[in-house]
Design a protein around this ligand. Structure first.
Ligand SMILES: Nc1ncnc2c1ncn2[C@@H]1O[C@H](COP(=O)(O)OP(=O)(O)OP(=O)(O)O)[C@@H](O)[C@H]1O
Length: 259
C-alpha cells in the first residue's frame, strides 16, 4: 500500500432539508493529513464529522473549497479510498473469506490464486484464522468489524476513512480492535482519517487529533500526539497520555468549541 496525502482547503457543505430550509454542516474547514499519518477528528455531536468524511469519500458533494487526494480533486468515490463505517453491513450469504475477497473479485484484481492468497493473509492479519468459512451471522460484533476492516484493506487503499468503527462494540472488544488497528497500520502503512467520540481512543491511535467546533463544523485546534509507537494499552495510564486527554477534553468543552 502507498499511503495517500489528503488536503482540505476551506471546505463548506450545506444540506437542504425537506421543509425547504438549509442546514450548514461545515464551514471553511481546512486540514492536511500527510502520507501515512493517522489523524482523528473529534467534536460535539452533529458538528459535521461524518459529513466531512462522506465528502472525502466522494459520497457527498461539497459546496465550497477544495478536497485533494495526492494533489488531485476528489469528485466522487475513488478506488484509492476505502471506508469503514460503524455498521459492517457484510453480505450475509457470503463467508468471511468471500466477504473479504468480494471487492477484489469485483475489480478483477489479480488471478483467483492471487486473491485467495491475499485473502488468507488478511484473515490472519485481522485475527480471524479458523473463521474463514463462517457467515456473518455466526460471528460476534467484533469479528464482523474485523471482516469489515479486512475487506477495506483488501482493495489496498491509500486512504482509509473510518467513521466510529468501534462505536457499537463493548469496551474490551473495542480496546482489542484499537490494538489490532495500531498493529495493522504499522504493518501496512496507510493514511487514516478516523472519526470518533472517544477522546481516549483518538489519543491512543493518532499522530494528530483535530478538534472541531459545534455546527457548522470547522477545525478548532490540532493536537500532536508524540507518544512512541507501537502503543500498548498500558500507555493510556501514563501521565503524558492523561495530560493530553485532559487538554483535549478542555478544548472540546470550551465555549469556542461548542459555539
Ligand atoms: N443527509 C442529510 N440531510 C440533511 N441534513 C443532514 C444530512 N446528514 C447530516 N445532516 C445534518 O448535518 C449536520 C452534521 O451531521 P453529521 O452527521 O455530519 O455530524 P456528526 O458530527 O457526524 O454527528 P455525530 O457525532 O452525532 O455522529 C447535522 O445537523 C445533521 O442534521
Amino acid at each position: 500500500m502507498t499511503p495517500g496525502r489528503l488536503e482540505a482547503r476551506g471546505v463548506g457543505k450545506s444540506y437542504r432539508s425537506g421543509r425547504g430550509g438549509t442546514t450548514v454542516a461545515l464551514t471553511d474547514l481546512s486540514l492536511s493529513v500527510e502520507d501515512g499519518a493517522f489523524v482523528s477528528l473529534v467534536g460535539p455531536s452533529g458538528c459535521g464529522k461524518s459529513t466531512f468524511l462522506d465528502c472525502v469519500a466522494g459520497l457527498e458533494p461539497y459546496d465550497t473549497g477544495e478536497l485533494l487526494l495526492d494533489g488531485r480533486p476528489i469528485t466522487g468515490p475513488d478506488p484509492r479510498t476505502a471506508v469503514v463505517f460503524q455498521d459492517p453491513s457484510l453480505l450475509p450469504w457470503r463467508s468471511t473469506a468471500d466477504n473479504i475477497a468480494y471487492g477484489m473479485t469485483l475489480r478483477r484484481k489479480g488471478t483467483a490464486a492471487d486473491r485467495a492468497r491475499k485473502t488468507a493473509e488478511l484473515v490472519e492479519l485481522v485475527g480471524l484464522t479458523g473463521f474463514e468459512r463462517h457467515y456473518p451471522g455466526e460471528l460476534s460484533g467484533g469479528m464482523r468489524q474485523r471482516v469489515n476492516l479486512a475487506r477495506a484493506l483488501a482493495t489496498e487503499p491509500e486512504l482509509l476513512l473510518m467513521d466510529e468503527p468501534f462505536g457499537a462494540l463493548d469496551a474490551l472488544t473495542r480496546e482489542q480492535l484499537q490494538v489490532e488497528l495500531e498493529r495493522i497500520r504499522l504493518a501496512g502503512r496507510v493514511t487514516v482519517l478516523f472519526v470518533t467520540h472517544d477522546i481516549e481512543e483518538a489519543v491512543f491511535l493518532s499522530d494528530r487529533v483535530v478538534t472541531m467546533t459545534g455546527r457548522p463544523g470547522t477545525v478548532s485546534s490540532v493536537f500532536d500526539v508524540d507518544l512512541p509507537r507501537p502503543r500498548d494499552p498500558s500507555v493510556k495510564r501514563s501521565p503524558a497520555f492523561t495530560a493530553l486527554e485532559e487538554r483535549l477534553w478542555g478544548r472540546l468543552h470550551s465555549p469556542v468549541a461548542t459555539r
